[in-house]
Design a protein around this ligand. Structure first.
Ligand SMILES: Nc1nc2c(c(=O)[nH]1)N[C@H]1C(S)=C(S)[C@@H](COP(=O)(O)O)O[C@H]1N2
Ligand SMILES: [Mo]
Length: 330
């Protein structure tokens, strides 16, 4: 049967600006939305999920059966890697939400994954054309070792059923990985020995690997784990700041493996270490520092995060380049 669509073609919600992201848990209406091919219209009563490939017992789950698995919630940042056609361009398409649903490992345990399986391929109900490439489905993959504790087949976002544009009735959620890996309107999970074959894992979403000297090595790596990144929430570009008064500069920082340091600069040269909270599950982490604008005039405030593995945000030229906000003290 042909899929019915609410919206055909690429669809996105205008992303909230960093200074609008004051809530720890982003309300759904301020969360990011990115649909490459359209928004399919799916009836939960007719929905089913096929689990096959390198498993002992291929199976099909209905929505009712999905809801019978133990329910888990995971707080996680949720970030779009940006346009696959322009992967190095930095964006701040980010939010932090609470996903609810069944643990993927529980679902797969029933199907008995064969030991030789290395990747999980996941496909959505959507199909269409992106940049003149015919996409018979939206298909992504992830290494089997990643399934671990917190990958979900989610049917709730912030305690409510998913909206159609967020993947209703059920989607994959890979906390800590770029949003592109969290396949919406999930239809099929296939266990395989190699990487997935569609355009979203071969043509797009493979980054150049750079050596220490900043030059490309000629190798590529899948757009999976989220690199360290940060945004300044306050002050925003329109904040009124008085020179000589103490201000709290604050924002959010995140990385797949968590962030262990955030430094800030207000003078284009020296870096100061901000206070940084511990992370909760896979959520973003708040950082803050007190600052006194030494004089009236313009300042560019820059934040730079370091991940638990010691990776630091680049100053420019990559999707996770440092964030800066231009403000004026009076
Ligand atoms: N089936 C399907 N899943 C998808 C997409 C899509 O186009 N089709 N877009 C991906 C991208 S690029 C992102 S950033 C996230 C966005 O999830 P959200 O719209 O719920 O925030 O969904 C991912 N999952
Ligand atoms: Mo995305």
């Amino acid at each position: 049967m042909d899929q019915i669509y609410r919206i055909r073609g690429v669809h996105a919600r205008i992303p909230a600006a960093p200074h609008e992201l004051k809530d720890r848990v982003t309300p759904v209406e301020k969360s990011i939305v990115l649909c490459h091919l359209g928004v399919p219209d799916i009836d939960a009563d007719k929905w089913f999920l096929t689990i096959d490939g390198m498993v002992e017992k291929p199976s099909v789950l209905t929505f009712e059966q999905l809801k019978q698995f133990p329910f888990s919630e995971v707080e996680s940042f949720h970030q779009c890697a940006g346009s696959p056609l322009n992967p190095d361009y930095p964006t701040q398409r980010i939010c932090n939400v609470v996903w609810g649903g069944a643990l993927l490992k529980d679902i797969l345990a029933r199907s008995k994954v064969q030991p030789a399986a290395r990747f999980l391929w996941s496909s959505g109900a959507d199909e269409g054309v992106l940049a003149e490439t015919v996409c018979p489905t939206y298909m992504k993959d992830l290494p089997i070792d990643r399934i671990g504790e917190d990958v979900l087949v989610a049917y709730e976002m912030n305690g409510k059923p998913l909206l159609p544009e967020h993947g209703y009735p059920a989607r994959l959620v890979v906390p800590g990985y770029y949003g592109t890996n969290s396949v919406k309107w999930l239809r099929r999970l296939e266990l395989c020995s190699g990487r997935a074959s569609g355009p979203f894992t071969t043509k797009w979403y493979n980054d150049a690997v750079y050596a220490e000297d900043g030059l490309p090595t000629g190798e590529t790596q899948p757009v999976w784990a989220v690199a360290p990144q940060s945004i300044i929430v306050w002050p925003g570009p329109d904040a009124k700041i008085k020179a000589g008064d103490k201000q709290e500069i604050w924002g959010w920082a995140w990385a797949d493996e968590g962030v262990d340091q955030v430094v800030l600069s207000t003078d284009g040269g020296s870096w100061f270490t901000a206070a940084l909270e511990e992370r909760t599950q896979r959520g973003w982490q708040r950082f803050s520092i007190d600052w006194v604008a030494p004089r009236p005039g313009k300042f560019s405030i820059v934040s730079r995060a370091r991940s638990g593995r010691g990776n630091v945000q680049p100053l420019e030229g990559r999707r996770n380049a440092v964030f800066s906000v231009d403000i004026e003290a009076i």
